[in-house]
Design a protein around this ligand. Structure first.
Ligand SMILES: N[C@@H](CCC(=O)N[C@@H](CS)C(=O)NCC(=O)O)C(=O)O
Length: 223
């Protein structure tokens, strides 16, 4: 599939695949060479194709030197270990401890915003017609407070959560786009952080590809 030894990142549609965006951001921002293989959602073939690679049947999956790594956070951890020069996690143990904690919190929480506001990069930037639930607004409050905590404690060296771009920013990139796509009101500092993530070359490249995709997945089109 790939040139010997080169990593292959198996992803879903760039317009919709929140989980695929995370390892893509970490690998691309870390300067790690990889190829992409996109398997389209909403086709009967999707599950068959993904299950040939990973029994979990979900994307993203990373294939590298005979290893199959599924799950976005596991891929980011694998990449941090395999390509240490990419500096995927921050340098100090204290910053790494917080970066891993917030990444795990992102992975296991924020159900309301994830359910109500699916990633949809081509969506006109307007609020949900029905308004936002209390659950969504609580998620936004928690996101803003934990981002502020990271920035205040470890963010001196740049515009990202731990100064320089890290695995934590990759983990939050999809929820950054949700805040943006659904025009959810946020504080000035939050907006500045969102702008920094969306100005990265990796995000711009992902978005450009997403906007070229013609495929519509009705399930992810929230009005
Ligand atoms: N925990 C997994 C979740 C992966 C996941 O839910 N992927 C979605 C796409 S964003 C998927 O493959 N959905 C296809 C399906 O449900 O058939 C991760 O973080 O990688």
């Amino acid at each position: 599939m790939a040139a010997a030894g080169k990593a292959v990142l198996v992803i879903g549609n760039k317009n919709y695949s929140s989980w695929s965006m995370r390892p893509y951001m970490a690998l691309a921002m870390g300067g790690i060479p990889f190829e992409e293989k996109l398997i389209r959602f909403g086709e009967p073939r999707f599950s068959r194709e993904v299950k040939k690679i990973s029994a979990a049947g979900l994307v993203p999956v990373l294939l590298h030197k005979g290893n199959t790594v599924w799950d976005s956070l596991a891929i980011i951890e694998y990449a941090a270990e395999t390509w240490p020069k990419a500096n995927i996690w921050p340098k100090t143990a204290a910053a790494r401890a917080m970066a891993r904690s917030v990444s795990a919190e992102m992975h296991s929480s924020f159900r309301a915003i994830r359910n109500d506001c699916p990633v949809n990069l081509r969506r006109p930037k307007v609020p949900l017609k029905a308004g936002f639930s209390e659950g969504v607004m609580n998620d936004v409050k928690r996101l803003e407070s934990l981002w502020a905590q990271c920035r205040k404690t470890h963010g001196k060296g740049g515009p990202f959560l731990f100064g320089k771009f890290s695995g934590a920013d990759a983990m939050f990139a999809p929820v950054v786009t949700r805040l943006d796509s659904y025009a959810i009101p946020v504080k000035k500092e939050t907006r500045a952080y969102m702008n920094a993530v969306m100005a990265t070359p990796a995000f711009k490249a992902w978005l450009a590809d997403a906007l070229k995709e013609p495929w519509i997945v009705p399930h992810d089109e929230a009005e």
